[in-house]
Design a protein around this ligand. Structure first.
Ligand SMILES: Cc1cc2nc3c(=O)[nH]c(=O)nc-3n(C[C@H](O)[C@H](O)[C@H](O)COP(=O)(O)OP(=O)(O)OC[C@H]3O[C@@H](n4cnc5c(N)ncnc54)[C@H](O)[C@@H]3O)c2cc1C
Length: 496
């Protein structure tokens, strides 16, 4: 296969994955990263010193889904070993199922449902060392991309990108030529302006708020303390607040709390003592933040203005430019509570590598094949997250208006389909995950991006199982995922 000179803009999750996979295919990769991070001998040191201004979410909780875990383990086993040696661990469905069911009937495929437990800084630290040590890719820090170099392609009349303009942190400027430029510069990418400068058609995107702000805090398990059990999905939605537990490396874990940006009372959880009170009030996180079990090692990190965003690089069968494609958050990003970003970045890098393998000398065919892969493999996740967030916002709006969002019998005897679906999710799917291993397995496969998002509620045999549990809803106590909002607020006020 012909060797391409590739420039990757951004040396974070997507850039590192792209550089790794392209170098494995024999391409010459230069990875340009504007931030200059201090050299660190261990991930623990990196956690102390890496501010990550260019990727502030790296300081937040991160889940690494089974799809990513399996890809690294099978495709880059030495990198997997490095992650484990750096203190990363795994979170297995089989262990979780044994916590939930007395006699869990496991099947061999359950081993596929294994998450990587690791802090994001550790992941990036290990990935970067691996790329620098084991591949020919060159990681250049302190290099900010300022624009694109392009000519016009005579056969398609599209701009043909042939490199980038950069400024180094010593102030010097340079033009770097490349056969292919990959934009992995994250959600705040300047791609739109860069494309405008080279005269492309207007760059379009759709973007809407996830309807939450995010607060994460890291804790370390005390030396003699056993790890509390994980006996179900690592997070839940209480309607007024979402929460999740994220297992990291080196006996460190984090908890994330998320709520509507307009909810001033809940925004108080950004204060450490209030956050601790909230985590103590939640049944699933209580055992984790017990001072006899763990101690906090950070303050609370916050992240606001979260969005689901999809950018369109190919329109009506024509890419905006040849020799360029975005990956990672620059292409698509979604509500982080789903933990999909780094897995989606890896999938994007795989799709890009595969399209280049198939069409090394044909930039138009490369872009079209890559875009078809993105539509098939990534866009359904974005769409399903956007729909879920719209639903969550509606539920919370109805609750705040004093309307029961789970009621579905209208006074005239007809059924409100949205209320019906909400009821099935709350009183069917949620309890079914604790009563029926087949449902828990199906949920976890979708959660981990091993099966398509539509696989959960469109399979008739699965729906029958969920409905069977839903029909018994009157006979069981409602699931207590957390206290009602008023009680939670009392806990927070006491702590404040
Ligand atoms: C609060 C929060 C929590 C999250 N939790 C999870 C999770 O649990 N699991 C998960 O998988 N994902 C999670 N995500 C998503 C995940 O963090 C992102 O999907 C991931 O960081 C995307 O990687 P990226 O490389 O595309 O972009 P980024 O990580 O944002 O990196 C972009 C890089 O490009 C560099 N850069 C920018 N501009 C330039 C330029 N002009 N020249 C050179 N370099 C440049 C930046 O310095 C940075 O290093 C979360 C996101 C948020 C916001």
């Amino acid at each position: 296969m012909s060797r391409c000179n590739v420039v990757v803009i951004g040396g974070s999750a997507a850039g590192l994955a792209t550089a790794l996979l392209l170098s494995q295919d024999g391409h010459a990769v230069r990875l340009l990263e504007e931030e200059r991070l201090p050299e660190c001998a261990t991930p623990l040191e990196a956690f102390e010193l890496w501010e990550r201004r260019g990727s502030p979410q790296s300081r937040h909780s991160h889940a690494f889904l089974a799809r990513l875990h399996n890809a690294i383990k099978n495709r880059v086993p030495r990198l997997y070993q490095d992650l484990m040696e750096a203190g990363a661990d795994t979170l297995r469905f089989s262990d979780m199922a044994r916590e939930v069911f007395d006699e869990a009937e496991l099947i061999p495929e359950d081993e596929e449902i294994t998450l990587l437990a690791c802090r994001r800084i550790t992941y990036d630290w290990v990935m970067r060392r691996y790329v620098e040590r084991e591949t020919d890719a060159v990681y250049e820090s302190g290099v900010q991309v300022r624009g694109l170099l392009a000519d016009r392609d005579p056969s398609t009349d599209l701009p043909r990108v042939r490199g980038v303009r950069v400024q180094r942190d010593d102030g010097s400027e340079e033009e770097i030529e490349a056969d292919l430029v990959v934009d992995a510069s994250g959600r705040n990418s300047s791609l739109r302006e860069w494309l405008e400068e080279i005269g492309t058609e207007p760059f379009t995107q759709e973007s809407e708020s996830c309807g939450i702000f995010y607060c994460s805090r890291f804790y370390r398990l005390l030396d003699d303390a056993p790890t509390p059990a994980i006996d179900g999905p690592i997070g839940a939605d209480l309607g007024y607040m979402k929460y999740a537990i994220f297992l990291g490396d080196s006996r460190i874990f984090s908890i994330t709390l998320a709520a509507a940006p307009s909810d001033d009372a809940l925004r108080e959880v950004r204060r450490s003592e209030v956050f601790q009170a909230a985590a103590t009030a939640l049944p699933s996180t209580r055992a984790w933040v017990d001072p006899a079990v763990s101690a906090p090692i950070t303050d609370v990190y916050t992240y606001a203005n979260l969005k689901n965003t999809l950018r369109f690089f190919v329109r009506d069968g024509r890419p905006l430019a040849l020799g360029l494609y975005p990956v990672g958050d620059s292409l698509v990003h979604m509500n982080p509570i789903s933990g999909r970003g780094c897995t989606a970045a890896w999938i994007g890098a795989e799709l890009l590598t595969s399209a280049l393998r198939t069409h090394p000398g044909d930039p138009l065919a490369f872009a079209l094949e890559l875009d078809a892969g993105v539509q098939r493999e990534l866009v359904p996740w974005y769409q399903s997250m956007r729909e879920q967030d719209r639903g969550a916002r509606e539920t919370s709006q109805l609750t705040s208006e004093g309307i029961d969002p789970f009621a579905f019998q209208r006074p005239d005897g007809t059924i409100d389909p949205k209320g019906y679906m909400r009821s099935i999710l709350r009183d069917g799917l949620m309890p079914a995950m604790r009563e029926d291993i087949v449902v828990l397995r199906a949920f976890m496969r979708v959660f981990n991006m091993l099966d398509a998002p539509s696989d959960l509620l469109t399979k008739p045999e699965l729906m029958q199982r969920v409905l069977a549990v839903w029909q018994r809803r009157e006979q069981r106590e409602p699931m207590q995922l957390g206290p009602p909002r008023a009680e939670m607020l009392r806990h927070l006020e006491n702590a404040a």
